[in-house]
Design a protein around this ligand. Structure first.
Ligand code: FES
Length: 109
């Protein structure tokens, strides 16, 4: 069983995750405060930006992420590592960030 190191930038937390496990399941086992909700790739609460490395997340690409977003973001509830990884937790695809920004009044409006 091949295992990879997953490092979370900012906090420096590091875990090992096998290619058969999701990153989120290992975070829960290790007590890492990774946000999540649906655990089926729909809500995007568990998103993290991929700073370095590669993941397998075919199901996530068919659900919450576009093909383009899946190159830069991992849904940790679905994603399994294919290499050592550096992830930035709590970073969301631009499509979500733009939705959130639309609700905020701008100072220069
Ligand atoms: S927890 Fe909902 S997409 Fe991962």
């Amino acid at each position: 069983m091949t295992e990879h190191t997953v490092e979370f930038v900012g906090t420096g937390e590091t875990i090992t995750v096998s290619e058969r496990q999701t990153i989120l399941s290992r975070c829960i086992e290790e007590g890492i405060a990774q946000e999540y909700s649906c655990r089926v790739g729909m809500c995007l609460a568990c998103s993290a930006e991929i700073i370095e490395g590669e993941v397998e997340q075919t199901v996530a690409e068919k659900r919450g992420l576009t093909e383009e977003e899946a190159e830069s973001y991992a849904l940790t509830c679905m994603a399994r590592p294919l290499s050592d990884l550096k992830l930035d937790r709590g970073k969301y695809p631009p499509s979500i960030e733009n939705d959130a920004a639309g609700d905020v009044a701008h100072a220069d409006d």
